[in-house]
Design a protein around this ligand. Structure first.
Ligand code: ADP
Length: 446
């Protein structure tokens, strides 16, 4: 400010001096007035220039000028630079934030107070079958017509989510969720944030859990009912000793059936919860096969007087990496199934060999009734049975192949089933090269 006052007086004095030099000394005041006026005009012009520069854009602020207007321009420029940096940072942060929401496995849609889409991520667009760019500012309820969703959106009661069917996929498109959970969260007055979540797998798992509990209850209820009946008979009727012994035998069978079921259930739950099988614990296939043979011969003798023709062949002396008890359980299951479902006099052939690609194949072939093609993909489902009565008669739980499949998966192996009705079946376990090695020569027993 002092500089400005000094400049004003200097201009006045310069005007007065100029007047003194060019005319008479009496005109000094006039000169001073003219000098002051010239300074004011100059000042107003510079102020005008600055206003103009601010009005149009800030390019005019570029050149550094003297005086108060120069300083104002400089300060405005600095302020603008700081603001620009802040805006840029805010924009970058917004971009990062939106990128994070884009990466979210949940769908996010922002709706304005009119119910129009302000922004949505690709996941939400995929879930609801809308276009993240083309459908901006469209009313969401016009795009998603599910009545439950439209009613939910209009209700303004968002304490719970709503579960709706996913949109039908257009031809060629894949991966649309079958069931969607949608929950709205209001914010900033009447704005709403909508979260979508694919709950297809969750609902399937829930349905499976319900089916599983129903199946287990059913499987346990049947022998339990039989047992209760026998107990009541024994309590109420005076029976002969041999009849009593027969009843107790039948009761024992039912109790054993329940025990087998509980054991299979425990095996499945152990398989689901335990650590992956080790890749450095080796078991000789020869020993596994020998155990299978013992079991098969015992079972065959028990089931049919005629017995079965049983063949066991080890074409390559190999060791398998994994959990020995699991490997034994998977192989025994396939072998005992073949014996159980093949009528007496039939043939069961069990082989272990190395395939040309290096994989190991454990194969069980039988000359039993065979299985129709439409049953084959479902055989490994829990409690799925083709021949229900044969399964029950021979102590089956309907869990055997589910256990085999689980064990195979844990060991990186593949369960393959081939069958022709009336001719027989072939069940194979294919083990990867990484789990095989040639058997080491056995140490001589001293
Ligand atoms: P289960 O305890 O009833 O034998 P599994 O899971 O082992 O249960 O087998 C499922 C179903 O597959 C059986 O109920 C049976 O109908 C069919 N199955 C399994 N193995 C054979 C086989 N070798 N021949 C014919 N049917 C078989």
């Amino acid at each position: 400010m002092p500089f400005r006052i000094a400049a004003f007086f200097l201009a006045s004095i310069a005007g007065a001096l100029l007047a003194g030099l060019t005319s008479q000394w009496r005109q000094l005041w006039v000169g001073a007035w003219i000098g002051a006026l010239a300074w004011l005009l100059m000042d107003a012009w510079r102020a005008q220039q600055l206003v103009q520069a601010l009005r149009e854009d800030t390019v005019g602020l570029g050149a550094r000028r003297m005086g108060v207007w120069g300083e104002i321009a400089e300060r405005v420029r600095k302020l603008l630079r700081v603001r620009e940096q802040q805006t840029q940072q805010a924009e970058e942060r917004l971009k990062e934030f939106l990128a994070a929401i884009q990466a979210s496995p949940n769908g996010v849609i922002l709706i304005d107070d009119q119910g129009r889409i302000e922004w949505c991520n690709q996941t939400a667009a995929g879930h609801l079958g809308i276009d993240a760019e083309r459908d901006l500012l469209q009313h969401l309820s016009n795009l998603v017509r599910d009545p439950a969703f439209v009613a939910y959106l209009a209700s303004w009661n968002y304490s719970r989510d709503v579960v709706i069917d996913g949109p039908a996929a257009p031809s060629g498109a894949q991966g649309r969720p079958a069931r969607l959970s949608v929950q709205v969260h209001p914010y900033a007055g009447n704005r709403r944030m909508l979260l979508t979540r694919d709950v297809t797998a969750l609902e399937q798992a829930e349905a499976m859990r319900r089916d599983f509990v129903a199946n287990v209850s059913h499987e346990i209820r049947t022998p339990l009912t039989v047992l209760t009946g026998f107990v009541e008979t024994l309590q109420s009727l005076p029976l002969e000793a041999d009849e009593r012994a027969r009843y107790l035998g039948l009761m024992g069978q039912q109790a054993q059936r329940m025990g087998t079921l509980v054991n299979d259930l425990l095996t499945l739950s152990r398989l689901e919860g335990s650590a992956p099988p080790p890749s450095n614990q080796w078991t000789r296939v020869r020993a596994l096969l020998a155990h299978c043979e013992d079991e098969a011969r015992g079972l065959s003798a028990r089931l049919s007087g005629q017995g079965h023709r049983l063949f066991f062949a080890l074409e390559a002396d190999t060791e398998l990496a994994g959990t020995a008890t699991e490997l034994q359980s998977a192989m025994s299951n396939l072998v005992t199934n073949a014996v159980r479902y093949t009528p007496g006099g039939g043939e069961v052939t069990v082989t272990w060999r190395l395939l040309p690609d290096g994989r190991g194949e454990f194969a069980v072939r039988d000359t039993g009734p065979g299985i129709a093609a439409d049953h084959i993909p479902r055989l490994t489902e829990r409690f799925y049975r083709v021949d229900r009565s044969r399964s029950r008669e021979t102590g089956g739980t309907g869990l055997g192949l589910a256990i085999v499949k689980h064990i195979a998966q844990r060991h990186g192996a593949q369960l393959r089933i081939e069958s022709t009705v009336g001719q027989g079946s072939r069940f194979m376990l294919l083990f990867p090269v990484t789990r095989l090695r040639p058997a080491r020569p056995q140490m001589a027993v001293a």
